[in-house]
Design a protein around this ligand. Structure first.
Ligand SMILES: Nc1ncnc2c1ncn2[C@@H]1O[C@H](COP(=O)(O)OP(=O)(O)O)[C@@H](O)[C@H]1O
Ligand SMILES: [Mg+2]
Length: 261
């Protein structure tokens, strides 16, 4: 008999013909989305502001429909299980999401408490929680902020704390929703290296990104436009970059429109 094996064989993230609309809205914000992310893969999602990228992330992470309301059709599956049939604690054992705005994610009085919150909720022993705190603050380079109140930190530092807090849960699936947007060049570089390491460890990673400079780590790039998902080849971006020598976000918007229209 064939061995029925581990969740490893199941797709970390799989969306089949998924559509979404907000309650009370007549039109669908997302239509017929098909998406999969494999172990050891970074999928980047781009799109103009308001195109529904964060909403898509909420649908994948179960925030919709469990916390925010909305009507989802089609399938959203994590490791082969339907997100709508899982509880939020079940989802959080598999998936960690760094939100676009760190202020909505951080609520503890110290950075250390913020990082400990998830592992404490998982009921891990204090020695293990402490080891994880040490590990993640070192990984994202925030040792000097360990005992500070996250509210006193800069936007970029807050993003690093949010990333550390998510990493402390050691999820197999990670979503970064424009989570590098407030970091300086050095911070971005460090997180990009971290993403490469996480990918090598076999994590499935979704990155919502505006900055083409951050797309070097992406294995595949998708574009969300008018509620639909399109494939974008990394070389489309690179060839354009060398033509214009401009990688600014405004130029990227032009490129995205040019590629799709
Ligand atoms: N709770 C809500 N009810 C109705 N519309 C919403 C709600 N939240 C967001 N939207 C709208 O959905 C659209 C997509 O938003 P969002 O997913 O945040 O886009 P992006 O992350 O690509 O900037 C926007 O037009 C936004 O105004
Ligand atoms: Mg967004």
């Amino acid at each position: 008999m064939k061995r029925q094996d581990s969740s490893n064989e199941k797709k970390p993230v799989e969306l089949n013909n998924m559509s979404f609309r907000f309650p009370g809205s007549e039109s669908e914000l997302l239509r017929g989305i098909n998406l999969e992310v494999n172990r050891g893969e970074v999928l980047a999602i781009m799109g103009l502001s308001g195109s529904g990228k964060s909403t898509l992330c909420y649908c994948i992470s179960g925030i919709i429909p469990h916390i925010k309301k909305g009507i989802i059709e089609g399938e959203v599956k994590l490791q082969g299980r339907s997100v709508s049939e899982m509880t939020i604690p079940e989802v959080s054992r598999m998936l960690g999401m760094v939100l676009q705005d760190p202020d909505t994610q951080l609520f503890s009085p110290t950075v250390e408490d913020e990082i400990a919150f998830g592992p404490e909720n998982f009921g891990l022993p204090w020695s293990e929680i402490d080891a994880r705190i040490e590990r993640v603050i070192e990984k994202v380079g925030i040792q000097q902020h360990r005992y500070k109140n996250p509210r006193e930190l800069s936007g970029g530092e807050k993003q690093l704390v949010a990333i550390a807090a998510v990493l402390s849960l050691e999820p197999d699936i990670l979503i970064f929703d424009e989570a590098l947007s407030q970091l300086d060049a050095a911070g971005r570089e460090m997180i990009m290296e971290l993403i490469v390491r996480l990918k090598d460890e076999g994590k499935a990673i979704i990155m919502v990104e505006h900055n083409p400079d951050n797309l070097g780590v992406a294995d595949r790039i998708k574009l969300l436009k008018n509620g639909e998902m399109f494939d974008l080849e990394p070389h489309d971006l690179k060839s354009h970059d060398t033509e214009t020598h401009d990688t600014g976000p405004l130029d990227l918007k032009k490129l995205v429109l040019k590629l799709i229209d």
